[in-house]
Design a protein around this ligand. Sequence first.
Ligand SMILES: Cc1cc2nc3c(=O)[nH]c(=O)nc-3n(C[C@H](O)[C@H](O)[C@H](O)COP(=O)(O)O)c2cc1C
Length: 374
Amino acid sequence: MNDKSLFTPLQIGDLTLANRIALPPLTRCRSEQPGNVPGEMMVDYYRQRASAGFMVTEGTQIEPRGQGYAWTPGIHSAEQIAGWKKVTEAVHQEGGTLFCQLWHVGRVSHSELQPAKLQPVAPSAVAVTGVRVFIETGPGEGMLTAPSEPRELTTAEVKEIVGLYRQAAENAKEAGFDGVELHAANGYLINQFISEHSNFRTDEYGGTLANRLRFLQEIVTEVSAVFGNQRVGVRFAPLFTSTSEDRVYLGLVESDPYTTYITAAKMLDSLKVGYLSIAEADWDNSPELPEDFRSALRAAFSGVIMYAGRYTQEKAERVLQQGWGDLFGFGRTFIANPDLPYRLRNGYSLNAVDAASLYGGTRKGYTDYPFYPS
Ligand SMILES: Cc1cc2nc3c(=O)[nH]c(=O)nc-3n(C[C@H](O)[C@H](O)[C@H](O)COP(=O)(O)O)c2cc1C
């Protein structure tokens, strides 16, 4: 036990975070169209939340094929880089720290979202079940639908995508981000390589766990060359039990999640990345992450560990004082409370989140949540 609180400063490499309350990556589908460009609305949203000790952007596609939902922003075009520059400038003016979450959805996409309406790409030609993608049906309108059948990437194409991650990191640097987080969670491309349910490759990227982790390892090495390894984070979503078979096919439940993710954490430790972010189960009545996993993760990884998933201040401080975690993402709570650190520090009441305005739309439910009356 220790006596740290959420307001004890934290170091990630050369970055000093004023508190341990983080804005975790949150897809809000409000980029400007056409082109999936961050605009003024997004500048205001991130500026409002810059009192977080640490912020990560919503999932941001590294290339056109990496998109699985309409209106999510990218970081591959000049217009997108220019848009993000305004976001990072606004956050830095407020003293905040912002990492860009680099995202490639792989098979969790639809041909309507793909260049030339081609098939989405994946480690293996195995369709995903239990998840829906969101496609545009008209200006500002869209619908949820099943992902399209993916096609298997060739070995050369896998290596090209590793290069696209590096390019995206270069773009993020140009846009003024403080670092990048690799989205290796929630059944998207990197997770598809790691999972035994979605990777049936016979080349060096499939088969053994070491091979299934190779894609991630190569990407970490490339983006670390751009930002420095301490400015790189990796997000996993290890699930140990599931109430739904779909979560198995999504690639989220491994037959031995403990071995998979502790091995991955050791690999990231040897690559000396700045932080490891763990997305815990976050639905109603979701299972708790086993404590032996939390302590094994702490032993395996010497950098900062961030947790998110239905955290309250009390739960975060308990995990912090146990020594299992250092930094805590408050997702839906931060959406609804732009001044969350101020409210938590003073024990003030919290606004409730409006679920209907989470994905897409206007400033309503995005930049209009009230600050605590002063
Ligand atoms: C609207 C919404 C969008 C999300 N988008 C992302 C995302 O882009 N990338 C990601 O890694 N996790 C994403 N998540 C997961 C969150 O980062 C976080 O782990 C989750 O909301 C649990 O935290 P909470 O219970 O405090 O909301 C999203 C969650 C929500 C509710």
